[in-house]
Design a protein around this ligand. Structure first.
Ligand code: FDA
Length: 321
């Protein structure tokens, strides 16, 4: 096997490890492994409590970045845990309402009920959208694996009939996305975040990283702009980012760039200094295991940094912005 095939196999293996709920629970409950692996995760995750997320947000805010904040988690399997997640999101909204109304709140619907019961997820979403609206905040729903796309879009459509402050994330890698976007542009008002897609999908059911995916990504962004819709270009792909930042049309429309905390901070800084609105996506919470696996799978050389950090710690990510 050549090196790039080895990397692809490694990324696939890691994405399937990330989906292993027993392993996730084991790591979360292990007194030995939790603190060791958390040191690796801390490159991408602000910490395991709200106060760490808020303090990182304040530091980035002071440097001129916009921020998104997520209480991290997904595939929550009991009603009690979904309610706990709902309450934590309420706490997050209250904290942001008080001092930083510009913060965007992001969430996975399977964190607040979708893996238990659609109605439960909707009740929680309804509550959070109302609290966020009152606080002058925007909520953006994340997109999960394609088995959940229909359910997520259904709840997004339903909530959009009542609230204008709820946005949605769409994955360029799914062939269906063009059609989904056209429908959303015609019937739902919120921000649209375009991502390539982080989940392992079945062969033939997604567009792999390629020039074709890049041009499709740009096409989706362009459709949002033509419709006059606020769009978040959420990627670290320099080809896409340079295309957007070097073109005046994007500068004058409601486009912002959004990047994950800990990924290509130098590039974020460069684009911010160039005058482009840039938002950094921050996460906090105890369920960082799957998130860590995704960030390594996307860029397998991250495994070196993860191992080094686990053993001897690493530099504070915030200093790189
Ligand atoms: P791509 O994977 O092609 O990477 C381009 C370049 O960026 C790489 O060559 C590398 O240099 C760098 N890079 C990318 N990932 C890196 C990493 N982990 N470490 C270091 N360098 C890296 N996905 C999803 O399915 N549902 C969702 O809701 C979201 N939400 C979301 C929000 C935001 C704000 C962002 C930025 C991303 C997401 N994602 C997501 C993740 C997204 O789908 C995708 O997996 C990652 O952004 C990586 O893909 P890129 O677009 O960066 O391109």
């Amino acid at each position: 096997m050549n090196d790039s095939l080895t990397e692809l196999a490694f990324a696939d293996a890691l994405k399937s490890v990330a989906r292993n709920l027993q392993l996730k629970q084991y790591v979360q409950q292990s007194a030995e492994w939790y603190p060791i692996l958390l040191r690796a995760a801390e490159r991408f995750v602000t910490g395991d409590v709200l106060e760490q997320g808020l303090s990182c947000r304040d530091a980035l805010d002071a440097k001129g970045y916009r921020t998104s904040l997520e209480y991290i988690g997904e595939n929550t399997l009991t009603e009690a845990e979904c309610t706990q997640a709902f309450l934590e999101f309420s706490r997050l909204i209250k904290a942001c309402a008080k001092d930083r109304p510009g913060t965007r709140i992001s969430l996975d619907l399977s964190h607040i009920g979708l893996s238990v019961d659609e109605d439960l997820a909707y009740r929680h979403l309804l509550g959070l959208a109302g609290q966020a609206e009152e606080a002058g905040l925007e909520l953006v729903i994340s997109m999960e694996e394609s088995a959940k796309t229909d359910a997520i879009l259904k709840l997004h459509r339903k909530i959009s009939a009542q609230f204008t402050n709820v946005g949605i994330t769409l994955q360029a890698q799914l062939p269906r996305t063009m059609e989904d976007l056209e429908r959303i542009l015609s019937d739902s008002p919120g921000t649209i975040r375009i991502v390539k897609g982080a989940y392992q999908e079945l062969e033939g059911h997604y567009i792999p990283r390629s020039e074709m995916l890049t041009s499709r990504y740009i096409q989706l962004v362009d459709l949002c702009i033509q419709a006059g819709r606020p769009v978040s270009v959420a990627t670290h792909d320099e080809t896409i980012l340079r295309h957007i930042t070097s073109n005046e049309t994007y500068r004058v429309s409601a486009v912002e760039l959004e990047m994950l905390y800990g990924i290509r901070p130098n590039l974020s800084r460069q684009m911010k200094d160039d005058g482009f609105p840039i938002r950094i996506y921050l996460t906090y919470g105890e369920e960082w295991f799957l998130y860590l696996c995704h960030r390594i799978a996307e860029h397998p050389p991250n495994i070196y940094d993860a191992v080094t950090r686990s053993i001897q710690g690493g530099t504070d990510t915030i200093k790189q912005y």
